[in-house]
Design a protein around this ligand. Structure first.
Ligand SMILES: Nc1ncnc2c1ncn2[C@@H]1O[C@H](COP(=O)(O)OP(=O)(O)OP(=O)(O)O)[C@@H](O)[C@H]1O
Ligand SMILES: [Mg+2]
Length: 377
């Protein structure tokens, strides 16, 4: 129950007639939440159930009486339509705090639905942020790590500051720099802005980070961390009270080309690690993934099932090193959309899944064979 009546006042128009307080939610009643105060990361349990509330008053007037109802509502972290799908109201990530207008537009909206088969990824990520301020996501390409991060930001109402560590991003881009001649015009980088405004810093492909960047980020990622702008007369930028971090990466293994182990200092700073995997893999076909494909592309069920079958087998071959890429459900949706538009499955695959997997003629022939075997069986 989210709403409760915190007080009713019967009032005679002339003078106060009667005031009665009604206890509707037991111990939550009358709990005036102090704004802020979750502090930085902690290693110990935190008291739950202390969420921010907002109160609205409604008055009814009849004859000589006026009845005033105070309705206290638990404040939702966001306006996301997906908010109520998850059991996360108890993990308020910015109790009583509204992000400034200048960064409000960076709070995602309209993130598509995310499916899982009972792993409760969204709840686990939000719980990790609530207790420890930061968490790490590990999983092969296309398992929805970026998607779910945006969904978590939308549901919790956090602006996203995204840094793709795999690109040749320099520490100047992240921290900031003077532009022009002299030392007059300083521009904050992503990380500095995040420290100042709060929100969710998303470090994608964190294990690909260059050493100089990692070195600058290490002190920041201590849960109480702050940044010293050595380039700007050692100005200290403290970490905003509601500044959270999610890092994501592909697992380090010989099968995933190009991956490397995560820097040890970084690893030590993450308290919670969440593993992602493909919904359907090899022989395992997820009903939920088939349903998602049906919803996204409106194709028939038999074709949707076959597409997922091809995808699941390609992922298996990718993980065992036989294919250079394993398709995400997003990639498979593109194939399905062209089929829905009237193309036959094999030629629609040519333009999407076959070409996407590799430029190599041999690899493309392998994918084609797989598609034909599934679609002619
Ligand atoms: N469980 C899921 N539910 C809904 N959509 C999903 C799911 N998993 C993946 N997708 C879709 O698959 C596509 C790829 O997902 P995303 O980019 O988030 O993967 P990723 O794990 O971040 O990959 P990478 O490691 O390459 O960055 C997107 O279109 C996303 O919407
Ligand atoms: Mg990603």
């Amino acid at each position: 129950m989210l709403e409760y009546v915190s007080s009713i006042m019967y009032r005679k128009t002339q003078y106060f007639y009667h005031t009665q307080r009604i206890q509707c939610l037991g111990e939550t009643m009358g709990q005036k939440r102090k704004v802020g105060g979750i502090g930085y990361g902690t290693d110990s349990i935190k008291e739950k159930g202390k969420y921010a509330t907002k109160t609205a008053s409604v008055s009814l007037r009849k004859d000589n009486f006026k009845i005033t109802l105070d309705i206290t509502q638990r404040r939702r972290m966001s306006k996301s339509p997906q908010y109520d799908k998850y059991d996360i109201a108890k993990y308020d990530l910015h109790p009583g705090y509204t992000f400034p207008e200048s960064v409000e537009s960076m709070i995602p909206m309209g993130t598509p639905e995310y499916i899982d088969s009972g792993q409760r990824y969204v709840e686990r990520m939000i719980r990790a942020l609530f207790y420890f301020k930061q968490c790490a996501l590990i999983g092969p390409s296309g398992t929805g790590k970026t998607h779910i991060t945006y969904l978590v930001a939308e549901i919790t109402g956090l602006p996203v500051w995204e840094v793709n560590c795999g690109l040749q991003t320099s520490s100047y881009d992240l921290i900031g720099r003077f532009i022009g001649l002299g030392k007059e015009n300083w521009i904050d980088g992503q990380v500095t802005s995040w420290l100042k405004y709060g929100g969710l810093l998303y470090l994608d492909e964190a294990n690909m980070m260059k050493q100089d960047v990692a070195t600058r980020l290490n002190p920041v990622l201590d849960t109480r961390g702050h940044l010293v702008l050595t380039e700007k007369d050692n100005e200290m930028v403290p970490r905003h009270r509601y500044a959270y971090v999610i890092i994501s990466m592909n697992p380090f293994s010989a099968e995933f080309a190009g991956t490397k182990p995560l820097n040890v200092a970084f690893r030590r700073r993450m308290s919670v690690w969440i593993n992602f995997d493909y919904e359907s893999l090899g022989e395992r076909i997820s009903k939920k993934e088939v349903e998602l494909l049906l919803k996204r592309s409106k194709i028939d069920e038999d074709t949707a099932y076959k597409i997922i079958q091809v995808g699941a087998e390609m992922r298996r071959q990718y993980q065992s090193g036989d294919l250079p890429y394993g398709p995400s459900v997003g990639d498979l949706s593109h194939w399905a959309v062209l089929i829905k538009d009237g193309a036959d499955p094999v030629s629609a695959a040519e333009e999407t899944i076959v070409a996407l997997t590799s430029d190599s003629i041999e690899v493309q022939a392998d994918v084609r064979r797989l598609i034909q075997s599934v679609f002619t069986s």
